[in-house]
Design a protein around this ligand. Structure first.
Ligand code: GDP
Ligand code: IMO
Ligand code: MG
Length: 421
């Protein structure tokens, strides 16, 4: 069976930490979408590591980590990350595998991302500028270069052809930055990439399934950033939801087992786009400060707000979530009172559904108030039986509203800071 861990909000829910926590129960950990726009933080022996391309199971020596075909891969970021991980004693050559169908991000993709965002003026997506959108455009446009192409003697010719195509677009954008240095780094990184385990990902993973191995698919971004179901156009360019696991790894829907959805105990978003429960007051500043809410990839301050159950229920529905992990409960420890959004008020009408164009309507959050658990901070708890009553009430409410079950509470960034319910 293939279990899935994915984000239920706008990314940064703590997927890295939770994948690292669950990894011992699995044989293969596989990324199925996204690219270096992801920043997954984990703590290994007290040391903070942020992974962008490599799956978060990499620090478990005996586990296979697969970069699936649905991922877009920046060879430069990958090389840098492999160097860091190898310096920590991990044998990359032994436990990292890459699908030959994985699409490659080339330097002009990054340039195009930058140029296209610059032209958007007030309607910027707030992209991480890692080349994600342009790379996925070349995939659906059937122009992309894939990891398996590296072994083809015509690779350079194909590269030049694609680069020339991009150059025309860049000229239209009046983009005239010199990218020679990026290209040098890129070609150096390609040589390194060639030395890694490049496999036929779909046969590779299905063989593991047939052999009874346990697979954990690791999502990037979050469901509200999904290209189809997110707050379009303020989204990323891939299917971040559980359905993406099948196309992003080459496995059949019937193989999907548990869908473990991660939500923060509140909400954050980085980049532009609608965020109904966003706070612009002291409470928002407190969440940012206590939760260290700054992007793991770009360092940008994250926008913070209360838990949005309309969005969470929607995410549970489209993913078929079977269990929820609620992270960053400790960040709420000092709050006397909490709010939870249970509906949106749009032109005076209440709705519990995400509207077609959340970006274009004024969705006012309708809140329920909850007492905080500041008198029994969660940080001191390790046993599910000892949950403060107020936290239990908060969780019961989430369970009954979403129809899914919170099964784990994370109360700190370290691997062992987790409460099993
Ligand atoms: P990801 O992209 O979903 O993997 O999440 P990020 O790594 O971008 O952001 C999550 C941040 O919260 C990281 O700095 C984690 O170390 C941290 N974190 C994860 N779980 C918890 C938690 O339960 N409590 C606290 N305080 N921090 C957490
Ligand atoms: P992880 O995996 C949070 C956001 C960007 C921007 C939009 C599009 O760490 O949760 P893109 O670079 O994909 O063109 O950006 O999506 N975004 C993320 N926000 N966490 C992420 O990944 C994100 N990846 C992209 O901020 O708003
Ligand atoms: Mg992140």
């Amino acid at each position: 069976m293939v279990d899935v861990i994915l984000g239920l909000q706008w990314g940064d829910e703590g997927k890295g930490k939770i994948v690292d926590y669950f990894a011992p129960n699995y044989d293969v950990i596989a990324r199925f979408q996204g690219g270096p726009n992801a920043g997954h933080t984990l703590y290994v022996n007290g040391k903070k590591i942020v992974l962008h391309q490599i799956p978060s199971g990499i620090f478990h020596q005996d586990k296979i980590n697969l970069i699936g075909n649905g991922v877009v891969l920046d060879p430069v970021t990958l090389k840098r990350e492999c160097d860091t991980v190898a310096a920590m004693g991990i044998d990359i050559k032994k436990n990292l595998f890459i699908s030959q169908r994985t699409n490659i991000i080339i330097p002009t993709h990054r340039a195009l991302d930058k140029a296209s965002e610059a032209q958007k003026g007030d309607s910027k997506i707030g992209s991480t500028l890692k080349g994600i959108g342009p790379a996925y455009m070349d995939k659906t446009g059937r122009n992309a270069l894939r990891v398996g192409d590296l072994l083809d003697k015509n690779f350079t010719t194909q590269y030049i052809k694609l680069r020339l195509k991009h150059q025309k677009l860049l000229d239209n954008f009046h983009f005239n930055e010199d990218i020679t240095a990026w290209e040098e780094e890129f070609f150096e990184a390609l040589e390194f990439l060639k030395t890694l385990n490049i496999v036929n990902g779909e046969y590779f993973i299905n063989k593991h399934i047939a052999d009874g191995k346990r697979i954990l698919a690791e999502g990037a971004q979050g469901s509200m950033l999904d290209i189809d179901f997110g707050t379009f156009p303020f989204v990323t360019s891939s299917n971040t939801i559980s359905a993406g696991v099948c196309t992003g790894l080459g496995i059949a829907p019937k193989q999907i087992g548990e869908v473990i959805g991660i939500t923060k105990a509140y909400c954050t978003r980085v980049g532009s786009g609608p965020f109904p429960t966003e706070l612009f007051d002291e409470a928002g500043d407190e969440l940012r400060k206590i939760g260290s809410e700054f992007g793991a990839t770009t360092g940008r301050p994250r926008r913070c707000g209360w838990m949005d159950l309309v969005a969470l229920k929607f995410s549970c529905m489209i993913n078929g979530v079977t269990q929820i992990v609620m992270t960053k409960a400790d960040v709420l420890d000092s709050f006397k009172e909490l709010k939870v959004c249970t509906a949106y008020s749009i032109n005076g009408e209440h709705t519990q559904e995400i509207p077609f164009q959340l970006a274009k309507v004024n969705a006012e959050p309708v809140y329920d108030n909850f007492k905080g658990w500041n008198e029994t901070p969660s940080i001191n708890i390790s046993n599910g039986q000892a949950l403060p009553t107020n936290m239990q009430d908060y969780i019961n409410y989430i369970n009954s509203y979403t129809g899914a079950q919170v099964k784990y509470i994370s109360n700190g960034p370290e691997r062992e800071q987790i409460i099993v319910l």
